[in-house]
Design a protein. Structure first.
Length: 412
């Protein structure tokens, strides 16, 4: 059965470690992304997909041409090969729960890890469905290997059913989305699509039409190190300066205290010693203009820290990551309308949603390729408590085929 094949794909893909590594400038940042990419290329070629390219950056491009609507707009479907560095993706041992009977799920590799209904109310809707978890010692990697499996299955079903009317399909698999580099080397001219969809959302029936805008601040604290026995009036401890700085970040602007349309400033990584410390801070807001204010606050705190720790030097570097998806979707209103129609045709409730995060679609849209984000059956991403629902993944496959069919009736 094709659903069994979809499950088999996911189980294969998640067992390849593809953790993104922000400590290197290599693209892709981890060898496992090359390994998984080669597997996907082999599968695409075996099923008869055309123009399969695995380029020097690890990006994968491929084509399923249209027999019945060759002049329709070209539609790209995108997912990413990497997984989050927040939880290890090494040695993933996926567990398949068929006909879920309800209740909390104790994970066998670490019984202290429990997927609890009170913390994950989506489980209440999963009775009788097939769920995939880990053993509790790693993440699953459904973000975004569920998306990979969905797109691969879409391609194979189109090829197996040549009488289906659909738009020309371009497949794009990217690397390092989790560390904000997913679209860094994508050649939009080579891709040749007029519209795209990422399968990188949670649950089912969500159509993401807005994301955060995002920057990242790197704050470097330079101190003066000397043996502590002679440190009086000579040592300047960069660790203490960094701790002072972090303590001054507004608590009311933390992810722990914000929700819905509120932005945040999130210090998420710190490293170093007495001589030098580097701190990384995520800046997020739905309104791109507010990121300027966040950056100005960080620079002001840097100046205050230098005044408090005489002799310390604090440098701030802010780089752009991505911008709100909604800013560019208006250029092709059919992108959202056709996705809504595809949900309706399949009797799937469709929820237009705003994401307190971003996807490759945010950057693709900013670069001129309108790219809403679709659900892919993943839940509790980036966590040992991550799980995926096969039934929701199957629904996403059907949705992908439906929206390709609707685009097949459109004119460029």
């Amino acid at each position: 059965m094709s659903t069994d094949r979809l499950l088999s794909r996911l189980l294969r893909y998640v067992q390849i470690e593809t953790t993104a590594n922000d400590a290197t400038t290599d693209y892709p940042s981890s060898d496992g992304q090359w390994t998984l990419g080669k597997m996907l290329v082999g599968e695409l070629q075996e099923m008869g997909v055309e123009d399969v390219v695995h380029d020097q950056f690890g990006l994968i491009y491929a084509t399923v041409p249209s027999k019945h609507a060759p002049t329709a707009p070209v539609v790209a479907l995108n997912s990413h090969l990497d997984t989050s560095p927040e939880t290890t993706g090494a040695g993933v041992k996926p567990q398949v729960i068929t006909d879920y009977a309800g209740g909390d799920i104790v994970l066998p590799g670490d019984p202290s890890q429990v997927i609890r209904i009170e913390e994950c109310p989506a489980l209440e809707q999963m009775m009788g469905r097939t769920l995939i978890t880990t053993d509790g010692t790693t993440l699953l990697g459904g973000d975004d290997k569920a998306g990979l499996a969905i797109i691969m299955e879409c391609a194979q079903r189109l090829l197996e059913n040549p009488d289906l009317v659909h738009a020309p399909l371009r497949i794009l698999f990217t690397c390092d989305e989790e560390i904000g580099r997913g679209i860094q080397h994508v050649d939009l001219q080579k891709l040749g699509a007029q519209v795209a969809y990422t399968f990188d959302g949670d649950g089912a029936g969500k159509l993401d039409v807005e994301t955060f805008s995002a920057d990242m601040a790197v704050v470097t604290f330079a101190g003066i190190n000397i043996h502590p026995s002679i440190g009086k009036d000579r040592m300047v401890n960069a660790l203490r300066a960094a701790a002072f700085f972090v303590s001054r970040l507004p608590r009311e602007m933390a992810p722990e205290t914000t929700a819905e349309r509120q932005g945040f400033m999130h210090p998420f990584h710190i490293g170093g010693g007495v001589a030098e410390v580097q701190l990384q801070i995520l800046l997020r807001d739905f309104d791109s203009a507010n990121l300027t204010g966040q950056a100005e606050l960080i620079k002001r705190l840097a100046t205050e820290t230098e005044a408090e720790f005489v002799g310390a030097q604090v440098q701030v570097h802010v780089r752009t990551q991505y911008r709100n998806l909604s800013d560019g979707l208006s250029k092709e209103p059919r992108a959202v309308a056709i996705a809504q129609q595809a949900h309706e045709d399949l009797n799937i409730p469709c929820q237009l949603s705003s994401v307190r995060g971003g996807t490759d679609g945010s950057v693709l849209t900013e670069k001129g390729l309108p790219t809403p984000n679709l659900s892919s059956g993943q839940h509790n991403q980036h966590s040992p408590l991550e799980w995926a629902c096969l039934d929701e993944m199957e629904q996403a496959v059907q949705l992908g085929i439906s929206l390709l069919g609707l685009w097949g009736r459109e004119e460029k």
